[in-house]
Design a protein around this ligand. Sequence first.
Ligand SMILES: [Zn+2]
Length: 105
Amino acid sequence: MSCLLHHAALAFLPNFWMVKLMASMKSIKQHEKILLSGTGDCAVLYCPDCNVPELIIGGLTLKISTESLRTLSAVLNHAKVRLDQVQNISPDKGNVRPVNLKRVH
Ligand SMILES: [Zn+2]
């Protein structure tokens, strides 16, 4: 009887740890990130389980809030528009700054 119990315990233990392992693997697997934009070195991933966007720039990975992502997007877009103005490139006018500006005098 005790021999049977011993065997039962031996059979039960690996299963118990396997269930624990599978449960932990499942919880990791549940955190599948979605690629929102970009590729490779410049991208934004999103974890729906954590509601956390990840900003990837080169080797840098930045976890930010969704509000921060929206703010950052607006700031970057505004900076791009301002840069175009500063560099005198206007897409709606279709005038592109010459690559080589030569001196007149
Ligand atoms: Zn997550």
